[in-house]
Design a protein around this ligand. Structure first.
Ligand code: NI
Length: 267
């Protein structure tokens, strides 16, 4: 139980998520918390997000002849409003309660699935894009800033897949493993599709497999994905991840309070 030090923040998370919810998250690797943001917060943050998507340099991900999505990397470093969302007191308190330990913010990305037949997001786990070792508690908090029904590309997960081995076919010598190849043992596992309203937040474990549909509607899909990581994690470079984390050395702990602030109760 936190909240005993005089300057600690109030312990929101005890009230916001029950022990049962925490257990379900740990079993399934995902949870949806409806109504995380107020209508006023959604309106203000969506306006800031659309401005960033208009003005900032973006990373584009094209695949299979279509655009999966584009995003503003490290948007928390250029927009105070969205930094406030990435470090939102309720979201970060819940993240630490779900993870069961202190976390740092690793990165936040402002994601857009544009109108007009964008490509689906292929099945993947986030872990290969999070080049750290530590207690296995990396997670992504995904906040919808627009309604995201199935037709607008909401996420589908394989519950429990963070606890299963991800069995992949042998990678030919000299080639990198394809992170988007379906693990052989997951093809027949049940999947759960989770439409969300603007202001809802989902949390998913870094090893849970997930995918998203294309945006078939006439409105953009906007969300903020923030990755939180074990506060004591250590950098371990991977082929998949370009070094956009501030020039970290292999084996370096994630202890830069400016780039990777402690969140929630640890702040
Ligand atoms: Ni993902």
């Amino acid at each position: 139980m936190r909240g005993t030090k005089p300057n600690d923040k109030p312990d929101y998370a005890q009230d916001l998520v029950s022990d049962e919810t925490v257990s379900r998250y740990r079993e399934q690797g995902l949870i949806r918390i409806p109504g995380m943001l107020t209508r006023e917060e959604v309106d203000r943050l969506l306006e800031a997000a659309l401005r960033q998507l208009d003005e900032a340099d973006k990373v584009a991900w094209d695949r299979g002849g279509g655009r999966v999505m584009d995003w503003v990397a490290h948007v928390d470093r250029r927009c105070a409003d969205l930094r406030g969302l990435a470090l939102h007191p309720r979201i970060t308190a819940i993240a630490e309660r779900l993870a069961g330990g202190p976390l740092r913010m690793l990165k936040s990305e402002l994601l857009r699935k544009a109108v007009g037949g964008s490509a689906p997001t292929p099945l993947h786990a986030d872990a290969p894009a999070i080049p750290f070792t530590g207690r296995p508690i990396g997670m992504t908090a995904w906040v919808a800033l627009t309604d995201v029904p199935i037709e607008r590309g909401c996420m589908t997960y394989i519950p429990g897949s963070h606890l299963m081995p991800h069995e992949r076919d042998e990678t030919p010598p000299g080639q990198s493993p394809d992170p988007f190849r379906w693990p052989r043992n997951m093809i027949w596992e049940p999947r759960v599709t989770v439409p969300v309203r603007a202001g809802d937040c989902t949390f998913h474990h870094e090893n849970v497999l997930h995918m998203a549909g294309r945006n078939e509607t006439d409105q953009v899909r906007v969300s903020l994905a923030t990755v939180y990581m074990d506060a004591d994690a250590v950098f371990e470079p991977s082929d998949l991840v370009p070094d956009d984390l501030g020039g970290m050395e292999p084996g370096q702990p994630l202890n830069d309070d400016r780039l990777f602030p402690l969140i929630g109760a640890g702040r």
